[in-house]
Write a protein that binds this ligand. Structure first.
Ligand code: ATP
Ligand code: MG
Length: 303
C-alpha cells in the first residue's frame, strides 16, 4: 500500500499564506508520485487531527514560528510520527539568528558585526552609524527586517509592528551581492545570486514574480562559489540539520577574499514554484517531485 503522507501547511505564523501555497504544491507533487496525501492546515487542534489521521509520515511545509522553530518537531517526536526536515534542536537554533550566528562565528565563518538589544535601546542610541540593519531576533521572510540608510531612525520609529521591548538583532549593513545555497542530504546543490530589480530583497520581491532575478550558478569567482558551498554545508552540519536547508549570504566584492558573510540558515526553505531550493534542484537535474520524494523517504523522528 502507498505511504500516507500528511502535508502540514498554513499554520499560525505570519508566513501562513506562503505556507499554504507551498504546501499545496508539495501535496500535488507527492500525489503525482503515488503517495496518499492528506493536506492538514496546522491549527491549535493539530495533535487531534494527527491522532485521527495516523499518517506514516509528515511532510512539514510550515514556515515561521511554531512550524520552523522546533515546536511542531517536538510534537511529532512526542507522537512518534516521522517528519521531513530538521529536528527540534537544529530548528530552534536556526530560528534564533543571534544564537546561530554565534555558533557560525565560533566555527570560523564570517558573520556581520551585530548586537542584540531592544528596539527602544536602538532608537535611543544606535550601535552603528548608518547604514545598518534591524531585524527581529527570531522571525522569517524579511517580515520586520528594516535597513536604516541615513542617519535617522524615522523608518524604525514609524514601525508599529515591532514591540519596543522586543529583542532585535542590529547588524552592520554589508553592501554588495546576495547569495544563497541549498544543502540536500549531505550535498550542496549550487549557488544562486538574487539580484533584486529594485530596493532590497524584501518580502515582496522574494515572493512576487518579476521583482528579483535569480542567476545560477552565481556569476562570482570560483573561490567564492566554493566558500559559499563549504560554509552552507558546515552550517547545516554544525546545527545537525536534516533533509534540506538553505543558507543566505552577503558578498562584498570590494573586500575581496574577506567579503563573504553568512546571514542565516533556513531549515524550512520555501517550496513554492518561485522558490530557490526547487530551482537549484532543477539545475542539478532533479525535478520538484524528486526533491520531495527524497525528503519524504528520509523522514524520521527522534524517539
Ligand atoms: N547585515 C546585512 N547587510 C546587508 N543586507 C542584509 C543584512 N541582513 C539582512 N539583509 C537583507 O535583508 C534580507 C533578509 O534578511 P534575513 O535573511 O536575515 O531575514 P529573514 O527574515 O530571515 O529572511 P528569510 O528567512 O526570508 O530569508 C537579506 O536577504 C538581505 O537582503
Ligand atoms: Mg534570509
Amino acid at each position: 500500500m502507498s505511504k500516507h503522507v500528511a502535508v502540514l501547511m498554513g499554520g499560525l505564523s505570519v508566513e501562513r499564506e506562503v505556507s499554504l501555497v507551498s504546501g499545496d504544491e508539495c501535496a500535488r507533487a507527492l500525489e503525482s508520485r503515488g503517495y496518499r496525501v492528506t493536506r492538514v492546515d496546522a491549527g491549535h487542534d493539530l495533535p487531534r487531527k494527527l491522532d485521527e489521521l495516523q499518517p506514516d509520515c509528515v511532510f512539514n511545509a510550515l514556515h515561521g514560528r511554531l512550524g520552523e522553530d522546533g515546536r511542531v518537531q517536538g510534537l511529532l517526536d512526542w507522537m512518534r510520527i516521522p517528519y521531513t526536515h530538521s529536528g527540534v534542536l537544529a530548528s530552534a537554533i536556526a530560528m534564533d539568528k543571534p544564537m546561530a550566528l554565534r555558533l557560525f562565528g565560533g566555527a570560523g565563518m564570517r558573520t556581520p558585526e551585530g548586537r542584540v538589544m531592544t528596539l527602544a535601546e536602538v532608537l535611543a542610541a544606535p550601535p552603528f552609524d548608518a547604514p545598518y540593519v534591524v531585524k527581529p531576533a527570531a522571525e522569517g521572510s524579511s517580515v520586520g527586517v528594516t535597513i536604516i540608510h541615513e542617519e535617522d531612525s524615522r523608518a524604525l520609529s514609524e514601525r508599529n509592528d515591532v514591540d519596543p521591548k522586543a529583542r532585535v538583532l542590529v547588524e552592520r549593513y554589508i553592501p554588495g551581492r546576495e547569495l544563497t545555497c541549498a544543502i540536500l542530504g549531505d550535498r550542496a546543490l549550487t549557488v544562486t545570486e538574487i539580484a533584486p530589480n529594485k530596493g532590497f530583497y524584501d518580502y515582496c520581491a522574494k515572493y512576487t514574480e518579476g521583482y528579483a532575478s535569480h542567476i545560477l550558478p552565481a556569476p562570482v569567482e570560483e573561490t567564492v562559489l566554493q566558500q559559499v558551498q563549504e560554509w552552507s554545508l558546515a552550517a547545516h552540519r554544525l546545527l545537525g540539520c536534516r533533509g534540506v536547508s538553505r543558507s543566505d549570504f552577503r558578498y562584498d566584492p570590494a573586500r575581496g577574499e574577506s567579503g563573504l558573510f553568512i546571514l542565516e540558515i533556513n531549515t524550512q526553505p520555501g517550496m513554492t514554484p518561485l522558490s530557490l531550493v526547487p530551482e537549484q534542484a532543477a539545475h542539478c537535474g532533479m525535478e520538484f517531485a524528486d526533491l520531495l520524494v527524497e525528503l519524504v523517504e528520509a523522514a524520521r523522528c527522534d524517539f
